[in-house]
Design a protein around this ligand. Structure first.
Ligand SMILES: *Cc1c(COP(=O)(O)O)cnc(C)c1O
Length: 372
């Protein structure tokens, strides 16, 4: 890794990735394939290193969001199967087919483009057909799905390797999810009846993989669990996950402040007693959001301290008045662990009024990733 000159970094624990994958394997049957989702730069963790680690641990299929993400992996020499989970435009078809990238197919426009690419490259484009059973995002509406699949199948030119759907409320609405399952399985039944054999059938993201074991079919698509984050608190009883990313920085400025000193833009924080204020070289342009102003906690010398004042673009303040012997250069953990004390990304995301997915995938490129 190149030497970087920035005392702010995201530490990525690759050992935790393989640990989390093994934990997921523990809750799915051995005939169920695991397709880890590495979209959005592997939820901010670094798509290449995470993918390589997963492959070392036996993963044979990766899920991404875009053709660009898949091409990046191909350029890096990754040769396992890759499914693009998003719907792509006609003009992306050639690149995907030429590079053996599996596409999600759910409309006629891409279907036509794939027919042309097939001819051009003398190759059978590989697709998974997405069925909309109630998510309402992409997919062929379930009532029209059989007809669409049959039409694609009958061409004989496109390999339908999978059919899949996605739940909108797996953790929130049992009845709605059951309805989605019924719609999906009706399509599967119709395919079976017509003897249209399809290798992979899948529906479950992380939450559904844990809560809906009857819909594992023969492949699951976990994302957030791979990164050691609990999408629901009660999953802690079922899975022992290790957080993969920690966000760390170091104190670059330190000052004694008297009572009544205003801190940062807008003077939202006024010191109530003499204390010490440390400046951290991280801000909202790194993905450490403004909503964390005056709310978040950080760790210094293994003790919790508070973020004070407004988080600015590149700098954030913490009150270190209670920390003995604190000095410039000391390490600060914004989420992660220090001396056995932890701040979870789940907690930070609550304070930032969002979900861990957005915090992790929102850590910007200018924050170097350090792999351990
Ligand atoms: C992102 C995504 C996943 C993974 O979701 P998690 O909640 O992170 O497990 C699975 N399937 C599809 C279609 C996705 O877009």
């Amino acid at each position: 890794m190149e030497r970087t000159y920035r005392p702010t970094w995201a530490e990525i624990d690759l050992g935790a990735v393989s640990h989390n994958l093994a934990e997921i394997r523990r809750v799915v049957a051995s005939n169920v394939a695991i397709m880890p989702v590495v979209k959005a730069n592997a939820y901010g963790h670094g798509i290449y290193r995470i993918s390589a680690e997963l492959i070392t641990n036996g993963v044979k299929y990766l899920g991404v969001a875009t053709v660009d993400e898949a091409l990046f992996l191909r350029q890096k020499g990754i040769d396992v199967s890759i499914l693009v989970l998003g719907s792509v435009l006609q003009e992306e078809a050639d690149q995907a087919v030429d590079n053996n990238i599996t596409l999600t197919l759910c409309n006629d426009s891409l279907f036509r483009a794939l027919m042309i690419s097939a001819k051009k490259f003398m190759k059978k484009p590989r697709v998974h057909i997405k069925i909309d059973t109630g998510m309402g995002r992409i997919g062929v509406w379930h009532a029209d799905a059989f007809e669409f699949i049959k039409k694609v199948y009958d061409t004989g030119v496109i390999e339908i390797e999978g059919v899949y759907t996605h739940f909108s409320s797996a953790s929130r609405d049992k009845m709605y999810t059951e309805m989605q399952i019924e719609y999906f399985e009706n399509v599967l039944l119709a395919l079976e009846k017509e003897k249209i054999g399809i290798k992979y059938k899948h529906a479950d993201n992380s939450i559904a993989s844990v809560e809906w074991k009857n819909t594992h079919y023969n492949l699951v698509r976990p994302g957030i669990l791979i990164y050691g984050v609990y999408p629901k608190e009660d999953f802690r009883e079922v899975l022992d996950l290790k957080p993969v990313m920690s966000l760390k920085t170091r104190i670059v400025h330190l000052k004694d402040t008297p009572t009544g000193r205003a801190l940062s833009y807008g003077r939202t924080y006024i010191t109530q007693k003499p204390t010490k204020i440390a400046t951290l070289p991280i801000g909202y342009a790194d993905g450490y959001g403004r909503l964390l102003s005056n709310r978040a906690e950080a760790l210094v010398h293994g003790e919790q301290v508070r973020v004070v004042g407004i988080v600015t673009m590149d700098q954030t303040l913490i009150d270190v008045g209670e920390i003995v012997d604190v000095k410039i250069g000391d390490e600060v953990v914004l989420f992660g662990e220090q001396k056995g004390v932890k701040i979870s990304v789940e907690k930070i995301s609550k304070l930032a009024k969002t979900i861990p997915y957005e915090i992790l995938s929102g850590i910007k490129e200018r924050v170097p990733r350090i792999y351990i």
